[in-house]
Design a protein around this ligand. Structure first.
Ligand SMILES: [Zn+2]
Length: 306
């Protein structure tokens, strides 16, 4: 089985708890994923809303240093590495991402530093307001510095990630960004009316720009009532597929940062998700596209062009 996961909070958890990435009791460890034949894993540095200014940047720095001190393969930098993964010449591609534009501490020159660290994606905000934008529950979008940041990110090859942005933030970002947009871990609002999910119209914007949407396994983003199951994730997949998302859909687990369905306790349980998709009539080739091919194609193409 292959996996390309656009979002997890495992690195931050490991760093905060002093745990090893290779082996731990979290939802993702390199050991738990060792059954995967080809595995690309985005490791987000999640910057909590309590941290602003240089404290946010220092927190990020500590997490990146923590990763580098682990017995883990180096972070993805070049398209050739993704190509090698796709050919099966390497098994694991760890990818560094950041959740929360507060990491910049309001200084756009930090975008270059992040790019040099290998950061591939950055969400402009988490849930609260920061130097770049307003919070998810406010009917305001990006601040002027946020618009500038999006341009600068594109210049340095860092993808703008719209997960956690409000609708206002989303459309502000879409108006500024010239390249593809990614929602690394968001579901369909039509099926679960949560501010973290995407409207059909937002999904169409991402699809038309050749971006990606990673399905989130968090129960609260899957259904409004009662416990969620892998079948609910399959339902969100079917909804996006019906909107022409064959090449847009990917996975964005949110492992180690959310409340997982009982049947999906950790990365080792992912075959249950593929089974649920198959049961709901999604074909094997499309499942493979969601699980790996769409995101792998996207990142190989993208990294090769920089
Ligand atoms: Zn998140």
């Amino acid at each position: 089985m292959d996996l390309f996961d656009l979002h997890c909070d495992t690195l931050t958890s490991c760093c905060n708890k002093g745990l090893s990435l290779a082996e731990n009791e979290l939802e993702i460890s390199l050991q738990k994923g060792s059954y995967l034949e080809r595995w690309a894993q985005c490791f987000a540095v999640f910057v909590p809303d309590e941290l602003r200014g240089e404290a946010a940047y220092d927190y990020y720095r500590r997490a990146v240093d923590y990763y580098r001190a682990q017995a883990a393969p180096p972070l993805l930098r070049e398209g050739a590495e993704m190509a090698a993964l796709r050919r099966g010449e390497r098994r694991l591609c760890p990818i560094l991402t950041v959740e929360g534009g507060a990491v910049l501490a309001g200084r756009l020159e930090r975008i270059q530093t992040l790019a040099e660290d290998g950061v591939q994606m950055l969400t402009i905000t988490w849930n609260g307001e920061n130097e770049l934008g307003w919070g998810i529950s406010e009917n305001r979008g990006l601040k002027p510095l946020g618009r500038e940041a999006v341009r600068e990110m594109e210049r340095w090859g860092i993808l703008p990630d719209v997960s956690h942005l409000s609708q206002w933030g989303f459309y502000d970002l879409a108006a500024v960004a010239e390249g593809p947009i990614v929602a690394s871990h968001s579901n369909a609002k039509a099926l679960c009316n949560h501010p973290r999910n995407l409207t059909d119209e937002q999904f169409a914007v991402i699809r038309d720009r050749g971006g990606l949407v990673g399905l989130n396994y968090n129960q609260g983003f899957l259904r409004e009532d009662g416990p969620a199951t892998p079948d609910d994730i399959a339902e969100h997949a079917l909804h996006f597929l019906a909107l022409g998302g064959e090449k847009t859909l990917a996975l964005g687990s949110d492992f180690d940062g959310a409340e997982m369905p009982q049947q999906l306790p950790d990365i080792a349980a992912l075959p249950a998700l593929a089974d649920a998709m198959a049961r709901r009539g999604i074909g094997p080739q499309q499942i493979q596209a969601i699980f790996f091919d769409n995101a792998a194609d996207f990142f190989e193409r993208r990294l090769s062009s920089f």
